[in-house]
Design a protein around this ligand. Structure first.
Ligand SMILES: Nc1ncnc2c1ncn2[C@@H]1O[C@H](COP(=O)(O)OP(=O)(O)OP(=O)(O)O)[C@@H](O)[C@H]1O
Ligand SMILES: [Mg+2]
Length: 302
């Protein structure tokens, strides 16, 4: 369904825009039709930047993005607009993605109107159907976002996304702003919707347990790079990258959270790695396949 190769996104900052933040620095992965890939890593490692780049909400600096056989990076704006409904993104804060001055009914009807092809009655029917699909009550439709809870608003955001019949959804920390009990409800709802509509999912979270619950495969990200990728069980039972291990058992995280400026030459994890050898600060490691579909970005792994 989606194939990403050597994706890069650099942001220029500073007064002269001469400092480059390598938010995403050569990332490759694929997601099969109907599969959920979890993307996990600490704050600032580049997860959201990957999500936004895939939809070209921001322009990638380099690399390839192939969606259902279509090269997205070189697509013209007009062609991109035609593809867009098939790829949707859900964000962390549902309040921010909903217009506060729009009633829930109008919010869900908006993408249907934009797409065209339905009359007023049909739109109303479709909105009712979507309301039910995401587990809201009919009485919610006349309310405004501030009159609903965070969990209910995230359901509205899901209804809006489903309104355009997407194939691929990027969920960027969709439950991080919700409390734990509501989080579980929304995650279960997403699992149900995924099955019902045969969706392909990129599920982004900094929470490894949440990602475990949702995903078929997991990609672990650190400072702009995927350092390990594999099926869920492999990642949990047989993690090879030292960074993945610090995520799985936070006890080993210790006080290593100080970032040193790393040189372009070495491994991104070198300054924090307990197993670092001399070679690690000199040479950038390459992905090695250590099991079927299990890849690790580490020269020291055996
Ligand atoms: N528009 C921008 N301009 C400059 N730098 C940016 C921009 N957007 C993101 N960055 C930087 O890129 C890096 C990656 O950011 P990103 O939002 O992708 O991280 P994230 O993994 O989603 O983090 P979080 O878990 O906190 O959401 C960060 O260092 C961030 O400061
Ligand atoms: Mg983010």
């Amino acid at each position: 369904m989606i194939e990403v190769e050597a994706l890069k996104k650099y942001f220029s900052t500073g007064i002269l825009r001469k400092r480059h933040i390598k938010a995403v620095n050569g990332v490759s992965f694929q997601i099969e039709q109907g599969e959920t890939l979890g993307l996990v890593g600490e704050s600032g490692c580049g997860k959201t930047t990957i999500g936004k780049s895939l939809l070209r909400l921001i322009e990638p600096t380099g690399g390839k993005i192939i969606f259902d056989g279509i090269d997205l990076v070189h697509l013209k704006k007009k062609e991109l607009r035609r593809i867009r409904p098939r790829m949707q993104m859900i964000f962390q804060d549902p309040d921010a993605s909903l217009n506060p001055r729009m009633k829930i009914e109008d919010s869900i009807a908006e993408p249907l109107k934009l797409r065209g092809g339905l009359n007023k009655v049909e739109i109303k029917e479709k909105v009712s159907e979507l309301i039910e699909t995401v587990g809201l009550n009919p009485e919610h439709v006349n309310r405004y976002p501030y009159q609903l809870s965070g969990g209910q608003n995230q359901r509205v955001a899901l209804a809006r996304v489903l309104a355009v019949n997407p194939d691929f959804i990027i969920a960027d920390e969709p439950t991080s702003s919700l409390d734990v009990s509501v989080q579980a409800q929304i995650l279960n709802l997403m699992q149900d919707l995924k099955r019902k509509f045969d969706l392909t999912l990129l599920f982004i979270s900094h929470d490894l347990e949440v990602v475990r619950h949702m995903s078929d495969r997991i990609a672990v990200m650190y400072r702009g790079k995927i350092v390990e990728i594999g099926i869920v069980n492999e990642i949990f039972d047989d993690a090879k990258h030292p960074y993945t291990n610090t995520l799985i058992s936070p006890a080993s995280l210790e006080d290593q959270l100080i970032y040193e400026d790393i040189k372009d030459a070495g491994c991104v994890f070198y300054p924090r790695c307990p197993f670092a050898a001399e070679i690690c600060c000199k040479k950038e490691p390459e992905m090695v396949e250590i099991g079927r579909g299990h890849w690790v970005l580490c020269d020291r792994v055996t």
